[in-house]
Design a protein around this ligand. Sequence first.
Ligand SMILES: Nc1ncnc2c1ncn2[C@@H]1O[C@H](COP(=O)(O)OP(=O)(O)O)[C@@H](O)[C@H]1O
Length: 869
Amino acid sequence: MNFCCFCFKKKKETVPDGAKEPEVKIQQQDEGKRPINIKKASKPLNGDASSSNGTASQNYSFLEQAKGVGAGAAAQVNAIGVGAAENVKAIGKGAFNLLPNNIKGYFGKKNDRKEPRAVKPQHWKEEEEMRQKRIRQEKEEENRRQRDLAEEKRKQEKIRQEKEEEERRKRASENNSVGDRRNLNGGRNHRKFVERHIHSNKCICASTRSRTTKYIHASTTNRRNKYINAYTRNLATKYINARTRNFATKYIYAKPIFISKRKHDQLKIKGRTAASSFMFLMATAPLPLHSRPPPDPPPCKFPPLGSFSPIEPLEPPDPPDAPALLRLLINLSSVSPRALAQTLDLDFPVSTSETRSVPLHHSDIVTCLCTIIAKYVVAARLPSPETPLLAYISLCGNFFPTIGSFMIVESTLYSAIECLLPATSYSAIECLFPVASFYSAIEYFQLGCAFGLEDCSTDDLFSVLFKGSASWCHIASAIVASITIVISALVAVPITSTSSLIVFFVFYGVIPLLKPSIVEILRPKLLAKRIVSMAEGANNGTRRPRPNLLITGTPGTGKSTTASALAEATNFRYICVGDLVKEKTLHDGWDDQFECHVINEDLVCDELEDIMEGGGVIVDYHGCDFFPERWFDRVVVLQTENSVLYDRLTKRGYSGTKLANNIECEIFQVLLEEARDSYQEEIVIALQSDTIEDISDNVASEAMLAKTFLQRNVLVSRCLSSVTSSTLKVGDVLREARVYSSEDVKSYAEVSHDWNPLHFDQELARKAGFENRLVHGMLVSSMFPRIISSHFPGAVYVSQTLHFRSPVYVGDEILGLVQATALRETKNKYIVKFSTKCIKNHSELVVLDGEATAVLPSLELLQPSSSER
Ligand SMILES: Nc1ncnc2c1ncn2[C@@H]1O[C@H](COP(=O)(O)OP(=O)(O)O)[C@@H](O)[C@H]1O
């Protein structure tokens, strides 16, 4: 409307005086919408003009005055005489368009096109500009509308897709057959693989709340990424893997958040880096980001006691910020004086709920904590997982504060936790420490059982208490562990025997140091067994008469073929986990996408536990990270050249993603890396399996089995010397080393009359394909009866089988190993079977092996002198 008014104003100024009549008409028309008015007005005028030409002269008299005429004016003119038209000097384009065709023709010829523009009245120009502007605006408006529409469509499409995805996930979890499997083919399972790169933030963040996510994998090679942050609050997550090869990465956080102790132990957390500038690795259980106190926890250079940190401390740890910790504890202790009131029998001033605001005296706590922290610092300097238990205890054990002060400190911590619980409303934590039982002095020791054996770990509690600060959590858990250990050592359990040691370890706080597997937590007897073997100085699994082997590798590398052949050659038991899963239904259904069963790892472990204990088992599976580490003495990773593997898998009917995943898995050596991550590197070996010869080489030489067995034997034999027990048991290893000289060879030849030139003529030996003169094989094998008889004088050698696997040259040092594999008592005598082996020059090369049987008059070991060993 404003626009029309503006036009009207301009017209009034420019139309000549004599044109009063049309001016009025224009005014009337402009009051309405202009185009409609024009049409309405033109109809009757048309009629008038066509009915009478006589009006032309009147129009002429008007027009001859006009030098220029606007469109409005022209619109009124329907007929005009030629004479009249001649007098019109110029006509605007708008007016021209409105003229009848015959008149238009005239103007077209007569008028120079440029001329009318030059004389176009000002308001026409402006009107034209306005019109153009309006058109432009309309166009822009239209474009904007289109854009908005498209944007809206996109948004709706996205929402729809998200909804679909959500529904699909829901369906999947309901089905229970999807989204609940581990990475069967070794490649990445993308549904459970949550990865988000935020390059601009120099950070990788991978997190999930989805119940179907089992793996979080956050890795980088990008130099810009300085932080890796991988966390979960999902009980279904079994694996967090945060790693980098990037030298710029300084922080890795890999953590479960508020996960119960049980789940916590099941969860595999790895944070690895190749960065030399690496400063901070946290793989533990702190709070989510939003609950963290500012500032972030300070970089922590040392792995805490019982931590999940896979790295060894590079340098001795810095002392923790003891004064700050003390301040915090003191503040917290005043929150819940009730707990301290329960310790009234101790010589310690406390406030009650009535005198809550009265400050407490904390000098005892301070003294006590300072000492404990000092002990903790010393203990933390020891390599983390291998911290000798007894050494740790003795470190704390020479600390003699009053028991009362210990209890006060512990009460302080727990009461602080208890007071904070309602605010946190985490049900898993809330149910752990019933307040009533907490205050009872008798229950106090039951509370001790909570260390590691309840469903929620103290780490979780400390996470709440210290708001996710890793450093504080570690310090606090170390303090509580120290307190518990020392209290127990002083008052609770006198350690007089192995069994009381077990009770002590299991129930009083050393659990975090043992890092028990979930199976061990659920079955404390297993843990107890392990503790016994540790206490006796033996290594895990060394009590097994025969080794267990794991054959792993990408599908198609020849695991089944190799493992079954090896089992045949060694008389070991062959277990194909894939078949076992199907046979015993140890799975959670079928995964359509990956066309395989969703393996239930817990069920598989339970099924195998007892079998593995006996030893002599070869397990075949295309994964290795969920088996307990102690099960295996040897882990063989088979590898195959990519093109060969491609052919084998295509023959097997693999295609598309499945094929690509497996090939990729082989290219990136995923299984080898997984094996190295999960087991001691010394027991992991990669073997090529491209050809039939490779298989027979691997099997025939029994390299895998022999090497492992011997390595273990050496270990055990070392342990043996440190054991005070002098009775032979199955699994014990006796050994002897000897260098065979030319004199030895000559002496043997003289006695045996075996003068084969291969033992004396170097040239001939070389021509026959040997490196040097050979030592008689039977001379080497005589080590076995010697070892046995030197430990058991009067032993009767009953049988001996021998396999000469590799030549022994003059000058070689040979280590003979004899391990008891079976033991039977008859008529006050003992029939003992031994596994016998010789290895060469401190390598793992087996030169000779076999089995021996001897009848021993007694099992009492005569310890040979050190020179004999
Ligand atoms: N070293 C090898 N040389 C030639 N063929 C092999 C070799 N290893 C395995 N194969 C063949 O490849 C196929 C897959 O072997 P298999 O033992 O079933 O692998 P996996 O158990 O690792 O899936 C079989 O047909 C087997 O005969």
